[in-house]
Design a binder for this molecule. Structure first.
Ligand code: GTP
Length: 300
């Protein structure tokens, strides 16, 4: 069943909220807020597909709300329709320049509101799909490098700001060139999909994030972890890949397909950016390869 879109109405006038609610509630799930401040609080814990906001409200105005929405990761992509009693071109231009998708003047025609809402939701749906396609690895269907880079940058910033811990695990499949050469590239593809699923399963259980970093390397991010818990996750990843029992007869180290893992664990008060964090995880992975160790951990 297709998901019913959720629309948030922000207006200090209860009558306007009721009229809009009556216009749209037959087709959508509606939530109402009587101020921009209340809307921001609501959006911190609820997902919405579209916002309809008045401009002139006590406290924060609709413009202030727009400005704030555009600076937050979880709200910048939500389309906003401004609905206002002002028919001044300046007000309309300002709203559109600030990123509103549309501007409707009051009194409004319910049919026009319905049609515009429907059109903006259709565009949002397509944008969401494009966003998803641009963030997912085509072969393994787990997040790709682009989403990994964004997620790591965001998490590094959050950890520095709120003094939280972060672990980055870099996972490499051992002797995959030899696997491809012996079993063929499409068997290699199948194997990558299986390994990705196994890693994803373990990571999700620990509320982490995993992505395909490049050809045969994966990366997982764990926040608020300890170095022990990061090592435990790495060890579970080894078990998960071992239990796939994928024969690798040309591997010099194991009869089955195996992985090596480098971990960097960052404790509070760190100032490393995402590139430095990545370099450290990579050097842990190189050490794992050099010394043929299953897991190498660098504490920072
Ligand atoms: N089947 C398949 N192979 C890939 C894909 N992407 C990269 N590869 C192959 O993966 C192999 C990776 O080789 P290397 O980076 O040398 O890694 P390795 O052979 O595992 O060597 P070590 O990392 O030292 O254990 C190369 O042969 C690539 O062609 C893919 O999407 N599918």
């Amino acid at each position: 069943m297709p998901k019913i879109a959720r629309i948030l109405i922000v207006d200090d006038d209860p009558l306007n909220r009721v009229v809009l609610d009556n216009t749209l509630s037959e087709d959508y799930q509606i939530s109402q807020c009587e101020s921009a401040e209340q809307a921001l609080a609501f959006l911190s814990s609820h997902e919405v597909d579209l916002i309809i906001s008045d401009i002139r409200m006590p406290g924060m105005s609709g413009y202030d709300l727009l400005e704030k929405l555009k600076t937050q990761q979880h709200t910048y992509a939500i389309p906003v329709i401004i609905i206002s009693a002002s028919n001044s071109y300046n007000d309309e231009a300002k709203g559109l320049q600030m990123g509103a998708m549309d501007y409707i003047t009051k009194p409004f025609s319910p049919l026009i509101v319905k049609a515009r809402v429907k059109n903006h939701l259709a565009i949002k749906q397509k944008n969401d799909l494009l966003e998803k396609l641009a963030s997912i690895d085509g072969l393994t269907e787990i997040p790709n490098r682009r989403l990994l880079d964004e997620t790591l940058a965001r998490n590094c910033q959050m950890c520095a700001e709120y003094e939280k811990t972060l672990s980055l695990l870099l996972i490499d499949i051992d002797y995959f060139k030899e696997f491809n050469e012996f079993y063929g590239y499409s068997a290699g593809d199948e194997c990558l999909v299986k390994v990705a699923r196994a890693l994803e399963h373990v990571t999700i259980e620990h509320l982490g994030f995993v992505a395909r970093y490049d050809g045969v390397r994966f990366a997982a991010i764990l926040t608020e972890s300890t170095s022990d818990s990061a090592e435990k996750v790495a060890s579970q990843m080894h078990d998960a890949v071992d239990s796939l029992l994928i024969t690798h007869s040309t591997s010099p180290i194991c009869a089955h397909l195996s992985i090596s893992i480098g971990i960097v664990h960052i404790t509070t008060n760190f100032n490393d950016n995402e590139q430095q964090v990545f370099k450290l995880a990579d050097s842990a992975l190189q050490q794992a390869h050099q010394h043929q160790e299953r897991i190498v951990l660098i504490n920072r």
